[in-house]
Design a protein around this ligand. Structure first.
Ligand code: NIG
Ligand code: FE
Length: 400
């Protein structure tokens, strides 16, 4: 693999916690050498080592690629009419999930594959270099397994969400559905998944069912994540902390006890450093935008010392956006995160939510997943909302 020098970087966001440059580890007027898909060197252009190729950043900002740690891309159909009804005053209940389950079961593998690839490509063009993808619209053994197989074709961060809702055919016997999820469905899904997730919410899975399902997943080596406290207060966040979840997602309705549990979460893990040993709160402002709901209180979490990530929740019901820049802008404008906090949460925060330390940062040794902005500073991501500011994307050092 050849080397590449990214030259004339006006502002480099490294997220390198050890160095100077504030919380984003900002370096100014530097060059960055990519060798063998990794960041090999950072320093003043005049000292740059020789490289096979050169990419002129023309004084622009360079950031780690976005890490979108929460997305549901394997589905068929859309629910634009449901969105229009919400904008006319209808509430979001999650009931539309079953509509998408019907369409997904009826779709061919190639149709599902085309949607996954289209949305994954759309996200990549907006700067997302790692995207977690969940199943959860199949809800049969065969449909969950194929959803994950197709997701795994484009991402190594795949999540088994057989416990998204109880499908209609099990409506009056949820215990039987939980047995199916923990038994044959998990067995078929696990070879294609890194994570297990449950929608722990009134109308979906209660805390006992959620605990049982997550424990089954852990027993076969899957990491835990939870959809928690989205539509109202509930036990999901504290269940996630109890089980050592990498992330609890949504966190829209939190009690003080939930915030305390997140702030004091600490786990021994087999990580190379101690950065990945808490439960991250992943906030999904696209869902509140699209369901016209109150945004989560990001300041309360940050001020309590909780690690916060931002993700899109890309799905056809509650948040049909693949745009991390849009989520950064929402987090700044609507959730009172500073631009630096939002950019960190969309990069390093997402990496922590996936317990990864090779992505979400651009220190020497990191994977060369980076974006060149059409702007001089990371501030422009929130300052210029809705504007396509991603000029160039590199994954593993390869221009996309
Ligand atoms: O994360 N909350 C549960 N699942 C999705 C919504 C899925 C849907 O409405 O289709 C979410 O918002
Ligand atoms: Fe979700």
């Amino acid at each position: 693999m050849s080397s590449l020098l990214v030259d004339d970087i006006g502002e480099l966001v490294t997220n390198d916690v050890g160095g100077e440059g504030g919380p984003l580890g900002i370096r100014r007027d530097v060059a960055l050498l990519v060798d063998d898909g990794r960041v090999a060197w950072i320093g003043p252009s005049r000292d740059a080592p020789a490289a096979d190729r050169r990419l002129d950043a023309q004084g622009a900002a360079v950031l780690p690629g976005f890490v979108d740690s929460h997305a549901h891309l394997v589905f068929a159909g859309d629910r634009a009419a449901e969105f229009a009804a919400r904008m006319a005053g209808q509430p979001y209940t999650g009931g539309g999930i079953r509509t998408t389950v019907g369409a997904t079961r009826a779709a061919s593998d190639d149709e599902l594959r085309a949607t996954v690839r289209r949305l994954h490509g759309e996200a990549l063009r907006q700067g997302t270099t790692t995207m977690e993808i969940k199943s959860g619209y199949g809800l049969t053994v065969a449909d969950e397994a194929r959803s994950l197989r197709i997701a795994a074709e484009v991402s190594e961060e795949t999540t088994f969400l057989g416990a998204h809702v109880v499908p209609a055919e099990y409506a009056d016997r949820p215990d039987d559905y939980v047995s199916l999820v923990c038994g044959p469905m998990l067995a078929a899904a696990a070879p294609h998944a890194r994570w297990i997730d449950v929608f722990c919410e009134r109308g979906a899975f209660d805390v006992d069912h959620a605990r049982a399902i997550l424990a089954c997943g852990q027993a076969v080596g899957l990491g835990v994540r939870v959809h928690a406290n989205q539509l109202g207060p509930g036990p999901g966040v504290q269940l996630g902390v109890e089980l050592g979840a990498a992330s609890v997602d949504h966190c829209t309705h939190l009690t003080d006890a939930d915030v305390d549990a997140l702030a004091s979460s600490r786990y021994d893990c087999m990580c190379a450093d101690s950065l990945h040993t808490t439960t991250v709160a992943t906030l999904l402002p696209g869902a509140e935008f699209s369901t016209r709901s109150p945004y989560p209180d990001a300041r309360r979490l940050l001020d309590a010392g909780v690690t916060v990530a931002l993700a899109t929740d890309c799905n056809p019901g509650s948040s049909y956006t693949s745009s991390m820049p849009f989520c950064v802008a929402l987090a700044v404008r609507e959730m009172r995160m500073t631009p630096a906090e939002a950019v960190w949460a969309a990069t390093a925060g997402g990496a922590r939510a996936l317990r990864r330390n090779d992505i979400g940062q651009l220190g020497v040794g990191a994977r060369a997943d980076l974006i060149v902005l059409d702007a001089p500073s990371h501030l422009h991501l929130a300052y210029r909302p809705g504007v396509p500011l991603i000029r160039q994307v590199l994954r593993n050092g390869v221009p996309q």
